[in-house]
Write a protein that binds this ligand. Structure first.
Ligand code: NAD
Ligand code: UDP
Length: 314
């Protein structure tokens, strides 16, 4: 049994990770300030003696004795991370500094949830880990992108300077149950709009691409990266390389939900990446990891989750 801290544990990915780690017999601290996370996501874990929920903000120091830290605390959806941009960059930078300090003191292994956003609007396609990216440092996405880039820098500096056992994963667009109804990202927006027969809002002309990974595959990659004992610190891309345009994705959601929704086109927000697709050959060779869940199966589970959620809200 390991003592594990998951920051952002009440969020979308964090809640799945907490469940998986508890099922494997670990002792867990789930830390969250509930900005975008919810107790609903982890309510079923609250009765477990090996699960401890703490309301805490990672921009403040935190003390505990742990063996592993998964640092996931940070809003991930553009409308949420842009809501208070200064707080977002503080969450990434101060959050990882506090967690690295904790890891150093305890001798814990720390995994940082980085993002495909560190590649910005990529000029190399698909994206490999050795690509340094094309990020606007002063745009509306910068609080998130640059915060995560700085977090990667701090991880590598603590590794080189203080010999902290660090792991960096670059997560590409991930979806599944436990996304918030008001999340604002494309998967939840389109599914909710389709289920309610409301207009599907495509930003821009829908020619931009994304590659969607189901959450159980992603969590599997996080756990493999944390526990690899080959001294592989990353960064490593985790995502599903099956790329599609946002217009095709909207049509597919309409088909899967049998919806009467119409597609409408809205203004494209600035700095929205034109295309994104992970090269996952490093994860395959170093971690023996690749996604297994077919997009149709993953989306049907997600649609079922949102229809239950919308029913509860009625
Ligand atoms: P989410 O918004 O559902 O979860 C983030 C969690 O962090 C929430 O529970 C939120 O309340 C908590 N949080 C935010 N600020 C905090 C703070 N200052 N102190 C404590 N808790 C705080 O998002 P998610 O999709 O689950 O993303 C989890 C992590 O994975 C994030 O770090 C995100 O950047 C990264 N990531 C996610 C994706 C994706 O597609 N889902 C892609 C790339 C990277
Ligand atoms: N998008 C869209 N309609 C929506 C929400 C998002 O067309 O209602 C687009 C968005 O502009 C982007 C893509 O879908 O091009 C993915 O957006 P998301 O916010 O999910 O994640 P991103 O990959 O941009 O961080």
């Amino acid at each position: 049994m390991k003592r594990i801290l998951v920051t952002g544990g009440a969020g979308f990915i964090g809640s799945h990770l907490c469940e998986r780690l508890l099922n494997e017999g670990n002792d867990l601290i789930c830390l969250d300030n509930f900005f975008t996370g919810s107790k609903d996501n982890i309510r079923h874990l609250l009765g477990n003696d090996h699960f401890e929920l703490i309301r805490h903000d990672v921009t403040k120091e935190f003390f505990a004795e742990v063996d592993q830290i998964y640092n996931l605390a940070c809003p991930a959806s553009p409308p949420h991370y842009q809501y208070n941009a200064i707080k977002t960059i503080k969450t990434s930078v101060l959050g990882v500094l506090h967690m690295l300090g904790l890891a150093k003191r305890c001798g814990a292994t720390i995994l940082q949830a980085s993002t495909s956003e560190i590649y910005g609007d990529p000029q190399v396609h698909p994206q490999k880990e050795d690509y340094w990216g094309n990020v606007n440092p002063i745009g509306i996405r910068s609080c998130y992108d640059e915060g995560k880039r700085c977090a990667e820098t701090l991880m590598m500096d603590y590794h080189r300077q203080n010999h902290v056992d660090t792991r960096i994963v670059r997560i590409f667009n991930t979806y599944g149950p436990n996304m918030a109804v008001n999340d604002g990202r494309v998967v939840s927006n389109f599914i909710i709009q389709a289920l309610q027969n409301k207009d599907i809002t495509i930003y821009g002309d829908g020619s931009q691409t994304r590659s969607f990974c189901y959450v159980s595959d992603l969590v599997d990659g996080l756990v493999k990266m944390m526990n690899n004992n080959k001294g592989f610190v990353g960064p490593v891309n985790l995502g599903n390389p099956s790329e599609r345009s946002i217009l095709d994705f909207a049509k597919y959601i309409i088909e899967l939900t049998n919806s009467n929704s119409k597609i409408v086109f809205k203004e494209l927000p600035s700095d929205d990446p034109v295309k994104r697709k992970p090269d996952i050959s490093l994860a395959k060779s170093k971690l023996d990891w690749e996604p297994r869940v077919d997009i149709k199966d993953g989306l049907l589970k997600t649609i079922e989750y949102f229809s239950t959620k919308l029913g509860e809200l009625k």
